[in-house]
Design a protein around this ligand. Sequence first.
Ligand code: G
Ligand code: G
Ligand code: MN
Ligand code: NA
Length: 256
Amino acid sequence: FGMETGLRRAIESEALTLHFQPICDLATGRIVSFEALARWTDEQGVCLSPDAFIPVAEESGLIVPLGRWAMDEAVRTLAAWNDAAGKPCDVRIAVNLSAIQLQRDQIPSMVRAALDRHGVSSNQLTLELTESAIGTDPDHVARIMTALKDMGATLAMDDFGTGYSNLAHLQRLPIDLLKIDRSFVSGMLADRDKLAIVRAILSLASALGMTTIAEGVEALDLAQRLAALGCTQGQGFLFGRPLDRDRAYRLMAERN
Ligand code: G
Ligand code: G
Ligand code: MN
Ligand code: NA
């Protein structure tokens, strides 16, 4: 219960923040979006990873207020960037949605309210879902995704290849972006099996008309190889670590 109480307080205070990791076009290096990643600095000043607290948030139901906070904070950030630029920035922010959140919250109306509150267009927003989030109740998730898509948001399948990889879901759901999991990407230059899996995912995405994002791109030779294989975008330490709102804005201003 210790962590749950701490997390409840963190959602209501400044202890929870969003960091923003750039996602770049592999051909041009241009930043096309940022993934919003939650960070929690606890009472001892220790920065906790979402891998540690998202499961606690899911088990306790706190994922609903946490998810609402993350959506509001991401859209608020877009509004601040648009304000600073004097026009809508040509980047999106990608927000993660968890499986439990999809079951427990009214996602489309929650997203709509955040966009309206801050005067931001849905075309600046991407929602990331994992395969496991779909697996729990595919029909329910399909309705949510269709509503978000109709609203004008972009939809991404996160960590692709690590879940059940139900290809029927991929075909049936209005998914725009496929994120290739870091576990396949990072070792692919040294491991023929990983390379084969990455090629297969790229081929599948291309056949289904989806854009691809390789996760865990840490080196230039890897980025070049991915581009040559037809991968569209990359995310990883080569392009940038997750940054706070102001640093992310400055990176975008100097790079784009
Ligand atoms: O930043 P880091 O690699 O530690 O993030 C680990 C994972 O935690 C990410 O892959 C992401 O899916 C998840 N995560 C980060 N922020 C959020 C959030 O705001 N909501 C949800 N549901 N998951 C998040
Ligand atoms: O949504 P997801 O769980 O994929 O979030 C991405 C996570 O992976 C973030 O927590 C981020 O800190 C981490 N990450 C992002 N880029 C890299 C990278 O290039 N290498 C490694 N090792 N981790 C990364
Ligand atoms: Mn993600
Ligand atoms: Na991911």
